[in-house]
Design a protein around this ligand. Structure first.
Ligand SMILES: Cc1ncc(C[n+]2csc(CCOP(=O)(O)OP(=O)(O)O)c2C)c(N)n1
Ligand code: SF4
Ligand SMILES: [Mg+2]
Length: 303
């Protein structure tokens, strides 16, 4: 990689991109996001990660809800499903159950995830559905022109909080850790190489991986989650952070004002597919559930 002082020539960059295969993951639709939106980095991160892991386009399904973030599936040349607002996880779970061979990614904004869709997250996490959930956390409703969201900071003035937001923001990392997600990390759109690396790790994890991506909404947030503020605030998790230690992960997740980037927690445990396979093999054997046997006996006795 060249230094910051070296010029980057467009022709060279285009040749590199054409040759390394990443473009095959992009559709012909160019992103409709505002220039400077953090989401461009996430498209780049996902295409890099898929290319690095060598996952074929036909083996990927990307599911989203509604919002600027949820436009994502249009821009990738994979299977895609733009569902209803907040309903990303149930649809993604259904896809994974129907075809376990697919790499399933669920995508949403902080509003889609934690407001209208909030009640789905604990269940996908506790069941350890083998998918990656990327939340583009800009702390605002971007698509609908800048309303306060569940992750908006205290004191944020928006069209729905003209007297400054008085509601304490949710802590997505703490929520996902306590819900039982088996991989939890945080990245920042302003650090695209690190972001691509974390997306790669999240996709490679077997189980429910959650990546919170801090991302500026350059159009509707000029004061809080801006690049200049985030550049000063973010830090890397300490080198000696033990991602097998839940208490250490929670301690980092609750540190106020200095969002840390990296893998907070990871663990291996049975997935939803493992649980369903267990049920299938039990059902195929003679091992009938006891309640079912009683019901059958009662039916036979005419009760
Ligand atoms: C049932 C329903 N309620 C409300 C809306 C309006 N709406 C569309 S997107 C959105 C929030 C988007 O915010 P977020 O999920 O944070 O995504 P962003 O646009 O910031 O990427 C809302 C409230 C809707 N489309 N459907
Ligand atoms: S409104 Fe905000 S979140 Fe939506 S595309 Fe523009 S900058 Fe990005
Ligand atoms: Mg948002």
């Amino acid at each position: 990689m060249g230094s910051f002082n070296e010029p980057v020539y467009l022709e060279e960059k285009l040749r590199e991109v054409r040759e390394n295969g990443r473009l095959s993951y992009r559709s012909r639709s160019l992103p409709t996001w505002c220039p400077g939106c953090g989401y461009f980095s996430i498209v780049e991160g996902v295409t890099n990660a898929l290319n690095k892991l060598g996952i074929a386009n036909k083996d990927v399904a990307i599911v989203s809800g509604i919002g600027c973030a949820s436009r994502f599936p249009f821009f990738l040349n994979t299977y895609g499903f733009h569902t209803l607002h907040g309903r990303t996880l149930p649809v993604a779970t259904g896809i994974k159950v129907a075809n376990d061979a697919l790499t399933v990614m669920a995508i949403g904004g902080d509003g889609d995830a934690f407001a209208i869709g909030g009640a789905h997250i604990p269940h996908a996490a506790r069941r350890n559905v083998d998918m990656t959930y990327l939340v583009f956390d800009n702390g605002i409703y971007g698509l609908t022109k800048g309303q306060t969201s569940p992750t908006s900071v205290l004191g944020f003035k928006t069209s729905t909080s003209p007297y400054e937001n008085q509601d304490a923001p949710l802590n997505p990392l703490m929520m996902l850790l306590s819900y039982g997600a088996s991989w939890v990390g945080q990245a920042y759109a302003g650090q695209p190489h690190h972001l691509a690396d974390l997306i790669t790790q999240a996709l490679a994890h077997r189980g429910f991986s959650y990546l919170n991506v801090l991302s500026p909404c350059v159009t509707f947030d000029k004061t809080t989650r801006t690049y200049s503020n985030l550049n000063m605030q973010v830090r890397m998790l300490p080198n000696d952070h033990d991602s097998a230690d839940m208490m250490a992960a929670m301690a980092e997740a609750t540190r106020v004002g200095e969002p840390a980037l990296g893998v907070y927690f990871k663990a291996q445990r049975p997935t939803l597919a493992d649980a369903l396979n267990t049920i299938t093999s039990k059902a195929r054997s003679k091992e009938a559930p006891s309640q079912g046997a009683n019901t059958a006996k009662k039916r036979a006795a005419g009760r």
